[in-house]
Design a protein around this ligand. Structure first.
Ligand code: SDX
Length: 433
């Protein structure tokens, strides 16, 4: 693509109408053509289902370069944050734009820790669900209901209430998620412990029982914390765009996050980690991989290799590389190095990365490919994988929601359409149909 950095305007000629539009350059990445006056001057809309060529907003939070396999949170490469930071510090960075100093970090961790308990009435909400309900259905319901309990932090025009609601969401997601798991297996809920870190607290609430002390393995907690860092934000993906669109109407943050959880659940998005593990389980053994690669390449077969491909990454997803390393660490620690699923995953990755079809379509393993194997090795059931993705992504959704609400130019999101239905026609009485 030629160097467009010097461009300052784009011209569209429609019939005898010529419209000049500003070209706006970001700090890094593609520039944009500001088409806001296009309809007013030409009477025409742009058309971009799936938004493959559309920037929906300006943002300073996360930058992705799909060709170079780059992911930056507020400018910091994901590889460095995964190696040197922790999830609480990453949350502070995404929310505030800078890494905290020691005092800021201590205060932030304390503020989040002291919001981890949920209103006691919320525990009764779970009883309305069947025990075998998918935990993502429970998450959508319980998170959506939070505004019924915390209406003192739903006035989005009040920056203090926005901050409290944000902290409450980040702090309570692990508790709500762990309660969804406990409810599904018929075990009692555990309360969070303020002496534990964010990830350790979640692991204890998930795997601990009231009958005995639960010791969290620090290596496992660190590995889990890294998984949360990798999933924390990802520019304007489908669920983040859902949160922004819901928030643009002035809906309260709890309802917006519930909408994001609902969107993330889809197998083309955050549900892919559950689908990828189910796929690896279905393949079962290395010798069956060619059959599934054939199915994935067959245009008449709807089967896709779950955990492969990405709208933006047309090179390796940088998160997948870190996830693969973490996968090997966790499986080695747990003595599951020869986990059959890992063997199938590594062989599938090798075959796919050398297959003409996948090379031509630039289909690489994405963040969901390895995460399922790690989470299964840590003891989570498959239907909890996307719940954990939603737990991690809540800070990204909140940071993007905050950025949108604070934007003085923010308007309600209201796309238009290309209408191809009937033009006006008269009603026909049923006796004449
Ligand atoms: C996430 O957006 C984000 O940032 C999302 C995410 C985040 O952090 O928020 O990164 C998280 O959602 C990761 C993606 C998880 N999804 C999966 O792993 C599901 C499997 N992947 C595909 O469904 C697909 O790759 C998508 C949905 C991820 C991306 O789809 P696109 O960009 O719309 O691409 P496409 O569907 O138009 O596919 C392009 C071509 C097609 O072939 P043609 O019609 O051009 O002949 O590639 C083929 C597709 O058939 N293709 C695949 C494939 N993915 C795309 N073929 C086989 N297996 C696959 N996985």
């Amino acid at each position: 693509m030629s160097d467009m950095t010097k461009q300052t305007k784009a011209t569209i000629n429609v019939g005898d109408v010529t419209t000049d539009m500003a070209v706006v350059h970001g700090s890094v990445g593609p520039s944009v053509i500001d088409i806001r006056k296009l309809y007013g001057e030409t009477g025409m809309f742009t058309y971009d289902p799936g938004f493959t060529s559309t920037a929906s907003c300006e943002s300073k939070i996360t930058y992705i370069d799909g060709d170079e396999g780059v992911l930056l949170y507020r400018g910091y490469p994901i590889e460095q944050l995964a190696e040197k930071s922790d999830f609480m510090e990453t949350c502070y960075l995404l929310l505030n734009g800078e890494l905290p100093d020691a005092g800021q970090k201590t205060q932030f961790v304390k503020d989040i820790t002291y919001h981890t308990m949920v209103h006691e009435q919320i525990s009764f909400l779970y009883r309305g669900f069947r025990r075998d309900a998918h935990p993502m259905a429970v998450m959508v319901g319980v998170v959506g209901a939070l505004s019924a309990f915390y209406h003192d932090s739903t006035d989005i025009q009040d920056p203090h209430q926005r901050m409290i609601a944000s902290y409450r969401m980040i702090a309570k997601m692990p508790t709500i998620a762990a309660m969804a798991y406990k409810y599904s297996i018929g075990q009692p809920f555990l309360y969070p412990l303020n002496e534990l870190g964010y990830s350790a607290n979640f692991l204890r609430m998930t795997f601990g029982v009231p009958c005995e002390e639960y010791k969290v393995d620090p290596v496992i907690a660190r590995a889990f914390d890294r998984i949360l860092i990798l999933h924390a934000d990802h520019e304007q993906n489908a669920s983040t765009s859902t949160v922004r669109l819901a928030g643009s109407s002035g809906a309260n943050p709890f309802a917006c996050i519930a909408a994001g959880i609902a969107c993330l659940w889809g197998p083309a998005h955050g549900g892919a980690n559950e689908a990828a593990l189910n796929m690896l389980t279905e393949i079962g053994t290395v010798d069956r991989i060619p059959e599934y690669v054939r199915k994935a390449k067959d245009k008449n077969d709807p089967f896709r290799l779950m955990g492969f491909g990405h709208r933006v990454y047309k090179n390796y997803d940088p998160r997948a590389k870190v996830m693969q390393q973490t996968c090997h660490e966790v499986l080695d620690l747990l003595g599951k190095r020869n986990e059959p699923l890992l063997q199938v995953a590594m062989e599938l990755e090798k075959i796919a990365l050398h297959d003409e079809y996948f090379i031509e379509k630039k289909l690489y393993p994405n963040v969901d490919f390895y995460s399922g194997i790690i989470l299964k090795a840590l003891g989570f059931p498959t239907d909890m994988f996307t719940v954990i993705f939603s737990l991690a992504r809540t800070v990204g959704w909140i940071a993007q929601w905050q950025e949108m609400i604070a934007d003085p130019l923010q308007k309600i999101g209201r796309p238009r359409q290309l209408y191809t239905g009937y033009g006006p026609r008269d009603y026909i009485d049923i006796s004449k149909r």
